[in-house]
Each structure stands twice: as structure tokens, then as C-alpha cells.
Design a protein around this ligand. Structure first.
Ligand code: HAM
Length: 419
């Protein structure tokens, strides 16, 4: 027997309703905010991710699903959606369409991480990217978009954490300060952090091991240049005016290297260690870095698996996807009539199952009960010849007789009364 690959999930049963709800809400809110859908390939040239996510990040160093194709080219299953969207933006000449340009995507991503609840090797993101605006209004727009999305889903128990990691210039002085601080504690650092010290000192703040050291480290927000400080301030002012609650977290640096300026993460309070349900920020240098014209950009992505966990943890009532609401059974030589009736019910959009196993009536009724049908339509040869069809309410056991020409309207009325 084959088994699914570690870190992947089959999504089925009751969970499907959660996925429908999240995807439907994501599509609706994207349309409302003016984001168009983009679907990029699941795999890309490896270099795209190395160049954008960053050579020294955990994703590139340890987590990419990289393989050689039969032509000897190195490909990688996308670990995230920003780099592919930027690649598509450049390659398809979106720059000529005027600014801002706004895209969203929903789809699977792949990272070779240690699987646990809320962390998979194949997971799904809803993400959005906005191109062309250097203004803090765009940063606020993205955060408000995320907040509205989460509220529309029905979530309440989450926190928005924000920070600014400044531009290249602010980071030159800040990195020096940071290294000065960590130099005095070098021997206490974990092995990963010892390597980060030279290669990517900002990431020292993000370490899950050396948490205490990071708490007293110098704060980047105290070393921002004038432009970055003002940008961050306006961003926060808009959030204040829009009454979006946030926490400033000077240790929030994100796990990808392309960011500059404001960054953010949304943390759900009931998810334990894998609590980040969404994250994003500004990445003004990336379009140019990947060969396009200098174009400011920013965005976010939310993890769908974690959103499902969050909805469950808050007991959010979501619309259930209904199948088999009505079950059409048949006895005797009435197959054509049963097919026709099922077809008529289905044309009205009523989720209808039709008996296709050729069982006896009691077996049909038993199965209708097992699949949760609310009503069973019984097309029986004898009654049908007299122009009658019986409909049974599976909950109460009550039976109703209808003229064969009025079954659909009868079923509709009964379903209405069951709501
Ligand atoms: P990220 O923070 O790496 O950002 O991922 C975004 C979200 O994806 C996380 O907050 C989390 O909910 C989910 N996620 C990440 N890894 C896993 C995993 N292994 N299993 C389950 N869920 C996971 C990005 O990917 C950026 N591209 C976001 C962005 C878009 N920034 C600007 N534009």
C-alpha cells in the first residue's frame, strides 16, 4: 500500500467546507479590493528563488525541493508566490499597464520543513502582490486588506505585529550596531546564529533558540533614516486612523531576504508554535534585482492550513458544502422516471443523489441515511402508475404524497421548511 509523502495532507470530508469558505472569501475580497488573479507554474528555474528569497535564508539553504529535469536544468517547486509573481510581472510586460498593478494567487507551495501541526511540506497560500506604489498608503492598504479578509472569514483572536526593517542604507549602520552587540555574546550563540553573524546578521533577531539575547538587542526602528522613519510613521498613522490594532515588534525581520521598509505578521492566539497565519511587507528592490525596471512593490501571503486550524479553534460557523441533500430511490420499472426526476431536481440546483446501485428499497433508504440526505424521493412503479410520488422526511419519518408533476416544487417547499 502506498502512503502519502511525509508533510503532505489529503484534504477531504468536513474539512472541504473550510477550504471552500476560505477560497471563496479570498476570491471575493480580492475582487472587492481590485486584485486580479494570477496563476503561475508550480515550478520555476531554481535561480529565481535563490536570487529573490536569498542565498543565506533557511528556505534556500535547507528547504527547497530542487530537481534536475531531463534536459539537465535545475528546477525548484515554488516555496512561495512572490518571486514567481515578480517574474511574471517582468516577463509579461505588466509594467506597461500603468500603476498600481494588483494580483492575487491561491495555490500549493513546497518547503522541506519538519512537519508538525500547522507546518507541512506541501502547504497552500492565498497571497497578493501590489506593484508600483512607493507610498505608505499602499502598505496600509495591504494590511487593511489582510485584516478585512481575516474578519470576513470570521476570525477574531489574532494580533497584527508590525516593524520596519528600513532600506539598504539604514541597515548598513544598523547591522554594525547589531554585530557589536552580538560580538560580546558570540560564544553563547547557537551554531546557526554563529553562521548568521557574518552572512545575514538581521536574521539573528529571528532565531528560535537565542530568544533572550534578541530581546535586549538594538532596535532597527531606532536606526531608520529620515525617509524610512517618515514612511513607517505615516503607515502607522493610517492604521491608527482606520482603528486597526497593531503591536510594534522590533524583532520582526521575516524569513525572506527581499524585504525593506514596513513588514508585518499576523499571529493567531490559539495556534501554539505555528501561529503565524499571514505575513508580508514591502520589497522595493526585487523587481530590479530580477531584471525588471526599478518598481516598488509589496504584498502578503496567508497559510490556508493554518487558517483552517484558526477557524476551528475559534469554533467559527462556516457554510457547509452540501451534497446528497435529496436522495431519489426507485423500485420497479421506473428507472427512466427516476433519472428524469433527479435531473429536474439537479437543474434547480438541489444537491441530489440518484440510486445507481440497483438495491432493494430498505438498502437504498439505509444508504440515504448514511450520506445524510434530508429527504428521500421514492419513485415506486405501482404508485407512479397512479401519478403519485412519495417524499420522506428522514429526520421525522413523515411521508408526503405528491402528484408526479409537482414533486420538484414539493421538495423545494419541504427543504425551505427544514432550514
Ligand atoms: P511566509 O511568511 O514565508 O511569507 O509565508 C506566509 C504564510 O504561509 C505564513 O504566515 C504561514 O501561514 C504559511 N506557511 C509558511 N510556511 C508554511 C508551512 N511549511 N506549512 C504551513 N504553512 C506555512 C511568504 O511566503 C511571502 N511570499 C509573503 C509575501 C508576499 N511577502 C510579500 N508578498
Amino acid at each position: 500500500m502506498y502512503q502519502k509523502i511525509k508533510g503532505t495532507e489529503d484534504i477531504y470530508g468536513d474539512d472541504i467546507s473550510y477550504w471552500y469558505w476560505i477560497e471563496k472569501t479570498a476570491r471575493e475580497i480580492s475582487a472587492v479590493y481590485g486584485f486580479e488573479e494570477i496563476r503561475t507554474p508550480i515550478f520555476e528555474e531554481t535561480g529565481l528563488f535563490v536570487r529573490s528569497v536569498g542565498e543565506t535564508t533557511d528556505i534556500v539553504q535547507k528547504e527547497m525541493y530542487t530537481f534536475e529535469d531531463k534536459g539537465g536544468r535545475s528546477n525548484t517547486l515554488r516555496p512561495e508566490g512572490t518571486a514567481p509573481t515578480v517574474r511574471a510581472f517582468i516577463e509579461n510586460g505588466f509594467i506597461n499597464k500603468g500603476f498600481p498593478q494588483k494580483y492575487f494567487y491561491i495555490g500549493p507551495m513546497f518547503r522541506y520543513e519538519k512537519p508538525q501541526s500547522g507546518r507541512q511540506r506541501q502547504f497552500h497560500q492565498f497571497g497578493a502582490e501590489l506593484f508600483g506604489s512607493p507610498s505608505p498608503l499602499a502598505d496600509a492598504e495591504i494590511v487593511i486588506f489582510v485584516d478585512n479578509f481575516l474578519k470576513k472569514l470570521g476570525l477574531l483572536d489574532y494580533e497584527l505585529h508590525i516593524n520596519s526593517i528600513g532600506c539598504k542604507e539604514c541597515r548598513i549602520t544598523y547591522k554594525e550596531k547589531l554585530k557589536e552587540y552580538y560580538q560580546n555574546h558570540f560564544e553563547e550563540l547557537c551554531d546557526d546564529c554563529k553562521a548568521r553573524y557574518d552572512k545575514n546578521p538581521l536574521r539573528l533577531l529571528d532565531c528560535k533558540v537565542d530568544v533572550e539575547l534578541a530581546k535586549s538587542a538594538p532596535k532597527i526602528t531606532e536606526h531608520l533614516c529620515d525617509k524610512c522613519r517618515k514612511h513607517y510613521e505615516t503607515f502607522r498613522n493610517i492604521l491608527d486612523l482606520e482603528e486597526i490594532k497593531y503591536f510594534e515588534n522590533p524583532r520582526l525581520v521575516r524569513g525572506l531576504d527581499y524585504y525593506n521598509g514596513p513588514v508585518f505578521e499576523v499571529v493567531h492566539n490559539r495556534l501554539g508554535t505555528m501561529s503565524s497565519i499571514a505575513g508580508g511587507g514591502r520589497y522595493d528592490g526585487l523587481v530590479k534585482e530580477l531584471g525588471g525596471k526599478d518598481t516598488p512593490a509589496l504584498g502578503f501571503a496567508a497559510g490556508l492550513e493554518r487558517l483552517v486550524l484558526a477557524l476551528k479553534s475559534e469554533n467559527v460557523e462556516i457554510p457547509k458544502v452540501r451534497t446528497n441533500l435529496v436522495y431519489v430511490t426507485h423500485i420497479g420499472n421506473v428507472v427512466a422516471e427516476a433519472f428524469k426526476l433527479a435531473n429536474n431536481l439537479r437543474s434547480e440546483g438541489i444537491p441530489t443523489a440518484l440510486e445507481i446501485m440497483e438495491r432493494g428499497l430498505s438498502a437504498q433508504l439505509k444508504h440515504a441515511g448514511r450520506v445524510g440526505s434530508k429527504l428521500v424521493v421514492i419513485v415506486a412503479e405501482e404508485e407512479f402508475s397512479e401519478g403519485i410520488v412519495v417524499v420522506k422526511n428522514m429526520e421525522t419519518g413523515e411521508q408526503y404524497e405528491y402528484d408526479k408533476n409537482f414533486v420538484v416544487s414539493g421538495v423545494k417547499e419541504l427543504l425551505e421548511s427544514l432550514k
